[in-house]
Design a protein around this ligand. Structure first.
Ligand code: TRP
Length: 467
């Protein structure tokens, strides 16, 4: 196999699970999922989401892992190598390139948001010690002022990127595996503590009812669920191909993918329980005033609500620490995609590759950092007309609505129709044994996933946009 496995890193069995779960669990679970669940009225939306995860996200994750481990390459090389005997040949490398580009762009603004969690962690620490006060401003106002402060935005973005580069530069085993193995258990412990604490909060009952009641689902909700299934599982842009390229030959891909999916889903639901228990504890009228459609609830209303709770002084900083850890283990996986490309295809050393790609991502994130109010021209730049507003929003729109669905579509089609079934079946059965369900896997990749994704793309062309 080109470039062989010599010198490439390798995950331990459990190390891979930690790294991949770390990638999957991120802002998507703790910030975006509760927000879209709230906007879509919970209940049936959650059910649809579970179906999308199981029927579309999971098969595509397995497909990515198959490509990655089979070729032992990052996405561009992986597609080129895997498509050697397929119709189209090298052209498939473009799918890998799209994913690598998408990871680069996503990381440029994901790390920026991640930086906010560091800032709020600091804020909460100071509130916890000195008492909660916002200097006469509402939290919304001070959040707005923070967003509009260019140097602060760039500074926290730089900080988060530096941490990400530091981990990736240390390598697959000594960096990514070691750090995720340390952070994920801490994250789990904090989350369990928060969930247990919410049992006693007045909003708990209503939160559970909200999450599991049966109600109508809109077509929009369906689309949103499918789109989010990709994002939350880190599939569609080659991150799982890259991590898959470091998986041991004896490890079971189906079992690992199932574990990753299950844990990611569990954490998303736990995050909902924590946040909704707090939110539903506030009476409905007040809630409507503070928590309408705002996607920024994490930074505008939640801190205050935490400090109204018993133990808030402890829980508030812990919560932002949790979000920060979740984000870091995700930014690591995004940078690894870009760095691995430079290592595999351009011959850079791991150190050079991490520094160079991290530096480039940082620079590319600057216009996003300045487009939240600091610089007017960037804050209003919108090449897609009224579909987006500002640089940050435009990047998010491009990745979430185009690159992610297209990447997922081509990955599903490639493995479903072009990669030899004998080959993917043998890859799936390594360290696993029987794969009697293989026809189901193939059916989902060939028909179900492409149909669902084409529906998304159709809606996007028609003007729909997903946050
Ligand atoms: N899954 C992460 C989250 O939920 C985000 C993420 C990390 C991601 N790596 C990715 C999304 C690769 C798509 C592709 O926050």
């Amino acid at each position: 196999m080109a470039n062989g496995s010599s010198g490439r890193g390798r995950f331990g069995q459990l190390g891979f699970i930690f790294a991949a779960v770390g990638s999957a669990i991120g802002l998507g679970n703790i910030w975006k999922f509760p927000y879209i669940t709230y906007a879509n009225d919970g209940g049936s939306f959650v059910l649809v989401y579970l179906l999308a995860i199981g029927l579309i996200g999971l098969p595509i994750m397995m497909a990515e892992l198959v490509i990655g481990r089979r070729t032992r390459q990052s996405p561009v090389g992986a597609f080129v190598e895997a498509a050697k005997d397929a119709v189209g040949g090298k052209v498939w490398g473009a799918v890998g390139a799209l994913g690598t580009l998408g990871s680069f762009v996503l990381l440029s603004y994901y790390a920026l948001i991640a930086g906010w969690t560091v800032y709020y962690f600091g804020q909460c620490l100071s509130w916890s010690f000195r008492g909660f006060e916002t200097g006469g401003q509402t939290l919304g106002d001070s959040f707005g002022a923070f967003l509009g402060n260019g140097p602060l935005q760039i500074g926290f973005h730089a900080l988060f990127m530096a941490a990400t580069v530091g981990v990736v530069a240390l390598g697959v085993h000594d960096g990514i595996e070691r750090v995720t193995k340390t952070l994920m258990p801490v994250l789990g412990a904090i989350l369990i503590l928060l969930v247990v604490n919410s049992f006693w909060s007045p909003g708990f009952g209503e939160a559970i009812r909200f999450l599991f009641h049966v109600g109508p689902v809109t077509a929009d909700g369906l689309l949103e669920a499918v789109g989010h299934a990709f994002f939350t599982l880190s599939v569609g842009m080659g991150a799982m191909i890259t991590y898959g390229s470091y998986v041991r030959s004896k490890q079971s891909i189906p079992r690992s993918a199932a574990a990753i999916t299950l844990l990611d889903t569990l954490v998303a639901l736990m995050a909902c329980i924590v946040m909704f228990s707090i939110i539903f504890g506030v009476d409905a009228a007040e809630r409507a005033g503070t928590f309408g459609k705002s996607a920024t609830i994490l930074f505008t209303t939640l801190p205050q609500m935490f400090y109204d709770l018993p133990f808030g002084v402890v829980l508030a900083p812990l919560f932002y620490l949790l979000v920060g850890f979740a984000a870091l283990t995700s930014t690591i996986s995004l940078l690894e995609v870009v760095a691995a490309y430079l290592i595999d295809r351009r011959g850079l050393s791991r150190r050079q590759a991490s520094l160079f790609s991290g530096g480039a991502v940082f620079l590319f994130g600057i216009p996003s950092a300045l487009s939240l109010g600091a610089v007017t021209g960037m804050s209003s730049w919108s090449p897609f007309g009224d579909r987006t507003e500002g640089f940050f929003d435009t990047m998010d729109y491009t990745v979430s609505n185009w690159i992610l669905p297209l990447g997922g579509l081509f990955t599903a089609i490639f493995v479903g129709w072009f990669l030899s079934a004998r080959l993917s079946r043998s890859e799936l059965s390594r360290g696993h044994g029987e794969t009697r369900w293989f026809p189901v896997f193939q059916f989902l990749l060939r028909f179900a996933a492409p149909a669902a994704i084409l529906w998304i793309i159709w809606a996007v062309i028609g003007g729909r946009s997903f946050a």
